[in-house]
Design a binder for this molecule. Sequence first.
Ligand code: SF4
Ligand code: SF4
Ligand code: FES
Length: 245
Amino acid sequence: MITFRMNNLTVQAEPGSTILETARFYGLKIPTLCFHEGLTSWGGCRLCVVEIGEGTRAKLVSSCTYPVEEGLVVRTDTKRVWAARRMMIELMLAMAPGSKVLQDLASEFGVTRVRFKPKNEECILCGLCVRMCAEQMDAKAIGFQNRGHQRKIATPFNIKNPECRLCGGCIYICPACQLRCQGPQAETTLCNACLTMAPTCLDHYDDLQCWMYDNGQCGTCVREKSAAGKIAETTAASHHEPKVR
Ligand code: SF4
Ligand code: SF4
Ligand code: FES
């Protein structure tokens, strides 16, 4: 066992464990976003940062990827840690201001304003969908594309990938695209825009490709309307006319 200090407690963990795993074992709360117990850790969102070391050598590390070490000194709740987490929440909110997950985090961490220009991309590049698709669905149908500010999630060549099993796992796990979601039925899986507006993409549900364009538009809607030559109308109307039932 490895022995180290965490928040002035002496703790022990199996070799190869991460700081996050140890903290959770001891009931210490560390927020996470790009971490999921069923997937490999990636360390992309930096929300789980903690401070390690002491004095001028103290530094912030991602607790979901940092392995425990003998004699390590960890602090999970310092001013520096909170400031870093607040900054990450601000940055991610600018990317996906509609995310309920991020809004809840902002509330929890007292983030009351976003100083960055909103991008409304509805994707915070957490990579959860990519890992879910590759590791749980064994499909590798989606992945990261481009670099820097053009980085996005997409299928190869931006066309429907036959490797996709239409399982919806990528939608289910996404913390940013809250509008589509959480259920096995088409009516609860598709986004509200499609459910409450007309025309809907419910007819094409079986053809659903579970990823979004980098402007946050539903891939299914855009593809179908594009195929029908109606993409310009759709964009101009910013989705659809209210459906009359
Ligand atoms: S729906 Fe397709 S892209 Fe999404 S996780 Fe399943 S296989 Fe991957
Ligand atoms: S689409 Fe969702 S799950 Fe995938 S990287 Fe973006 S925010 Fe993360
Ligand atoms: S949860 Fe650790 S970096 Fe995202």
